[in-house]
Design a protein around this ligand. Structure first.
Ligand SMILES: [Zn+2]
Ligand SMILES: [Zn+2]
Length: 126
């Protein structure tokens, strides 16, 4: 199934990694997570998949009124309580999470955020 970036309309490409299932936009390098990162995902790996230019990410960060690329529900913007400069988008229906380029590697600098992301997406299973 082809899915497209809710921010720039670019096409998402699956990142081939078993521990961190995600899609990356081929245009703006935004990241779309459709399932939980595995518990052994480390910061090195998380940083490695976030290859986008943070300058471009910051521009798209201003765009928050967007629909879920997977199920078309309006995404909710979440301000990270620990790193307040980070805003990411989450789908309340399928629990996908979107990060602008450069945001995810910043987000996981706080190690507890990886498990927080898992908690957010955990609801998907219930
Ligand atoms: Zn994009
Ligand atoms: Zn959704």
């Amino acid at each position: 199934m082809e899915i497209f970036c809710p921010k720039c309309g670019g096409q998402f490409k699956k990142i081939d990694d078993e521990t961190l299932p995600a899609f990356r936009c081929q245009t703006c390098s935004g990241l779309w997570f459709t399932s939980q990162p595995k518990s052994d995902t480390d910061i090195d790996l998380a940083t490695k998949i976030d290859v986008g230019d943070p300058t471009i990410g910051k521009i798209y960060d201003l765009l928050s009124d967007v629909d879920c690329p997977s199920c078309k529900t309006k995404l909710a913007t979440v301000c990270d309580p620990i790193q307040e400069h980070i805003q990411y988008e989450i789908c309340g229906s399928c629990y996908g999470v979107y990060f602008d380029a450069g945001e995810f590697s910043d987000f996981v600098l706080k190690e507890e955020n990886l498990s927080k992301l898992r908690d957010l997406m955990w609801k998907k299973r219930s």
